[in-house]
Design a binder for this molecule. Structure first.
Ligand SMILES: Cc1cc2nc3c(=O)[nH]c(=O)nc-3n(C[C@H](O)[C@H](O)[C@H](O)COP(=O)(O)OP(=O)(O)OC[C@H]3O[C@@H](n4cnc5c(N)ncnc54)[C@H](O)[C@@H]3O)c2cc1C
Length: 464
């Protein structure tokens, strides 16, 4: 089996920074990522994109090039277009590249798989013509594709606002922006404003986006509830309620976004400890200040260990890189601590904005915990909220029992889309706190593999 000193999974700011630090210190290190180019979500395609499109996406996007240059110079090896489908506690990694599956191993693994958009089921969310804002941004960054016939954008979270601003600059017809954050979020967020003012550039940036969008005449609807996507074969209109009552907008494209959560499927598959974060409303791994998980030799950093944003991810990646160099015997404790000081300080500063953002953009508990009976919750297996409620009331009072009983979470996405929704629905119905109800138990493969790929697996130790 191919073996490495350090394997890093994920080529976003966290993974790139960890790899550069480790390789510069002389560690043999491989960075594996399913994307074709380095950069992760935020800096997707930054080193291949035409200049005009990069300018349109804004300065925060363009600054990713520097990080990629540092990574390229470090001598770390790079495996793009390679999907990880398993990682176990012995640090054996299942990879898939060009249709060929293989196993490799490492003395130490850093998981930097980043974030995914929070999936929130609502009536009609599976209709063609309804997609996430993140998917829209991926099309813009990687292929320069934008909506042609107008788009309605709905939900809450900085990414929704950012994409609306980027679309506005690209000349897209934004029919409306629907703000779905509950009214009392603003007052709750104000409690965290003094701390957030330490990093006021984030607040100024958000205000700038809002101001420019309003000046462009884009209609904003506030405090939206009861969002429905309507259509037979594809989206024809959306309906919702606001302070003026029921509203309807004819549209063929709705982009939704309800914040991001750690992409924790791989870390949960290893079996390391996770807990429910009531502020970020997601499962996140238990880690120490260096990113070390509860399992020996496995660290988890960046948004995959809790949402902190790209700057914090970069610092956390550097810290995990230093810790890897230290634990693999190439740096003393004092040297590590000395090298880490600036990153620890910058990271702590940057994280001051999080409680404010978490309170401001927190999705409504009704939206998360009580989808209507007819709403599809598991889109792969087409299981509705009503079926899940029936299973609950038949006595299956645990997320995993409901999974076995109804098959929700057993489709191609392996529960990535419905895990949070099902556990929140269960907690809501039982009237218990999240964290008392479990999430799905995650088993490999976390990404689809064919039987042929498994049967021709490379790197298997025949004696085992
Ligand atoms: C769709 C989307 C768009 C975003 N856009 C922005 C933005 O424009 N601006 C902004 O400030 N923030 C954005 N964010 C938030 C942003 O992702 C983070 O703050 C930041 O990129 C986190 O860095 P990271 O290194 O932790 O993870 P990421 O940048 O997310 O990098 C993780 C990498 O891991 C790879 N990966 C994940 N799972 C596997 C696997 N099983 N096998 C192989 N590779 C894997 C992914 O392909 C990705 O390249 C976005 C988030 C999402 C989900």
């Amino acid at each position: 089996m191919e073996h490495h000193q350090l394997a890093i999974i994920g080529g976003g700011p966290a993974g790139l920074a960890a790899a550069a630090v480790a390789a510069n210190a002389g560690l043999e290190c491989v960075l594996i990522d399913e994307q074709a180019t380095p950069g992760g979500q935020i800096y997707r395609a930054v080193n291949t994109i035409p200049k005009q499109r990069a300018t349109l996406l804004g300065p925060d996007y363009q600054c990713g090039q520097k990080l990629i240059d540092q990574f390229n110079k470090s001598g770390a090896s790079y495996r793009p277009s390679t999907t990880i489908w398993n990682l176990n506690s012995q640090r054996e990694i299942g990879i898939l590249h060009n249709g060929q599956a293989a196993l490799l191993s490492a003395d130490r693994v850093v998981i930097a798989t980043g974030a995914m958009e929070r999936p929130v089921p609502f009536p009609g969310w599976t209709l063609p013509g309804v997609m996430t804002a993140g998917a829209g941004q991926i099309l813009l960054k990687s292929a320069g594709i934008v909506p042609n016939d107008g788009v309605v954008m709905a939900g809450s979270g900085p990414l929704l606002l950012l994409l609306a601003w980027q679309y506005m600059r690209a000349g897209v017809n934004i029919q409306a922006i629907l703000d779905m954050a509950p009214q009392n979020n603003l007052w709750r967020a104000m409690l965290h404003l003094p701390r957030a003012l330490f990093v006021h550039h984030y607040i100024l940036k958000g205000l700038k986006y809002q101001l420019q969008l309003r000046r462009a005449g884009i209609p904003f609807y506030k405090r939206i509830t009861d969002l429905h996507a309507i259509g037979n074969d594809s989206l024809a209109a959306i309906e919702f309620s606001d302070s003026k009552g029921k509203q309807r907008i004819e549209t063929s494209l709705l982009m939704c976004h309800f914040g991001v959560i750690p992409d924790s499927h791989l870390s949960r598959c290893t079996g390391c400890k996770h807990h429910w974060d009531p502020a970020q409303l997601c499962w996140r791994p238990v880690t120490d200040e260096w990113g070390n998980s509860s399992l020996d030799g496995i660290a988890i950093v960046g948004d995959g260990s809790g949402i902190g944003g790209a700057v914090a991810a970069r610092h956390a990646g550097r810290l995990a890189g230093l810790e890897s160099v230290h634990t693999l015997g190439r740096m003393s404790t004092n040297e590590r601590d000395e090298e880490a000081r600036a990153d620890q300080r910058w990271m702590a500063d940057d994280l001051n904005i999080r409680p404010f953002l978490e309170a401001l953009f927190r999705p409504s508990p009704t939206l998360l915990g009580s989808p209507k009976d007819e709403t599809l919750v598991c889109r792969c297996e087409e299981i509705t909220a009503g079926t899940i409620r029936q299973a609950l009331h038949a006595g299956h009072q645990d997320t995993n029992q409901i999974k076995f009983f109804t098959r929700c979470g057993m489709g191609p996405c392996q529960g990535r889309q419905c895990d949070n929704a099902v556990s929140q629905l269960v907690a809501h119905e039982l009237g218990v706190e999240m964290g008392i109800t479990e999430g799905y138990r995650i088993r490999p493969p976390i990404r689809p593999l064919t039987i042929e790929q498994l049967a021709t697996l490379q790197g298997v130790d025949e004696d085992k």
